[in-house]
Design a protein around this ligand. Sequence first.
Ligand SMILES: NC(=O)c1ccc[n+]([C@@H]2O[C@H](COP(=O)([O-])OP(=O)(O)OC[C@H]3O[C@@H](n4cnc5c(N)ncnc54)[C@H](O)[C@@H]3O)[C@@H](O)[C@H]2O)c1
Length: 440
Amino acid sequence: MRIAVVGTGYVGLVTGTCFADMGNDVWCVDIDRRKIDNLRRGVVPIFEPGLEEMVRRNAGQGRLRFTTDLAEALADAQFAFIAVGTPPDEDGSADLRHVLAVARQIGRLIDRHLVIVNKSTVPVATAARVRRAVRGELVRRRKGTVPFDVVSNPEFLKEGDAINDFARPDRIVVGCDSERAAGLMRQLYEPFVRNGHPLLVMDVASAELTKYAANAMLATRISFMNELSRLCERVGADIAQVRRGIGSDSRIGMPFLYAGLGYGGSCFPKDVKALVQTSRQHGLRPLILDAVEEVNRTQRAQFIAAILSRFRGAVRGRTFAVWGLAFKPQTDDMREAPAVDIIGALRKKGARLAVHDPVAMATARAVLGDRGIDYVPDAYDALRGADALLLLTEWHQFREPDFSRMKKLLKRPVIFDGRNQYDPAQLRQLGFTYHCIGRP
Ligand SMILES: NC(=O)c1ccc[n+]([C@@H]2O[C@H](COP(=O)([O-])OP(=O)(O)OC[C@H]3O[C@@H](n4cnc5c(N)ncnc54)[C@H](O)[C@@H]3O)[C@@H](O)[C@H]2O)c1
């Protein structure tokens, strides 16, 4: 089938590449010329395991092409996937500027049937706004009879495992009010549901809400565990044991049940905020979601407070080594990463930071700049002479480090572990002062 994917970021590039890999003809479109030029040369702008090889293979075989020209991509397309960003507006609601701009552009270009698919995470009623935007342009061109469908097809991939999530999804959600579009979507996604997982066709509003509901539920689990971790610290319980205890219940399950520095990234924070706003706009008080946000916000602040308290507030002139900058492992995405707040707060108090991340150094530098921060290519070199190590992202390589080497390099054997990676008893025995989350 012939597909245009508009917006070639984390979601657009993975979507386009996975469709091409199934034999479809795909154009990926972006307004960022540098990104498109790089992709044409096989340079993938993000870190996502397996993606670069797949992009090169499909581009090499002529099924995956890149352009800044939407007209070129739409020339014979059957589908246009909108996968542009929907960042939070000033009040937290989703900013639909990019989505609606693409919709208007599509309306200025099409002359025959097209299925327009909202892949971006967008609030309820966005499909209707996209439809109006496209229709408005068609009418202006006196082409009001050109048929098109607007479908909601939210994306559930997670960064770091995006290809696997896209190619073998737990489910595919299609919100649709036309049989024709539903049939085409089924045909397009048929190779992705051979694992027996469902393709769920539903009304558009339910599909749009499903995406927010999924992210809000996962964010709720994280904030729930973080709230419990605070109680654990007061009563001498261990949140890791509590997690084992409740996670083995099949009604609860283990994933997304970790206490730590709270959720970050490009989706949970903005999607929880957007759902809060949608609820407010409809006259509701989102009690649970307000609490989820509050716990998340204060979780980072508590971690910073613990560090300051250990040094009696005097961190000026001290150096902190940081392992991990990305909002989670296996990605270089720094959006809403706890590291940004934690490093920012310590720097403001006059501390220096020696930071290391296996893949996110460049993206981190773009966000944090150079003032007060040394970006150290080797994890152990970052420890040299530091007053403490802050573990902020749970990359695998930090799980079993060489503790005796660490102890020799650090000025003081102090670890603040925001991800509960180590065994408190073992670290005490090795002579470390070990601070973690919700464990005695
Ligand atoms: N990142 C994730 O893990 C994830 C997962 C599921 C859903 N989503 C949702 O998918 C959407 C995209 O997220 P992302 O992380 O891929 O964003 P991103 O910022 O990585 O990519 C968006 C891309 O769209 C491009 N763009 C903006 N306006 C454009 C236009 N008019 N024409 C062409 N290109 C344009 C930008 O240049 C950018 O490259 C968001 O709504 C997000 O909430 C993201």
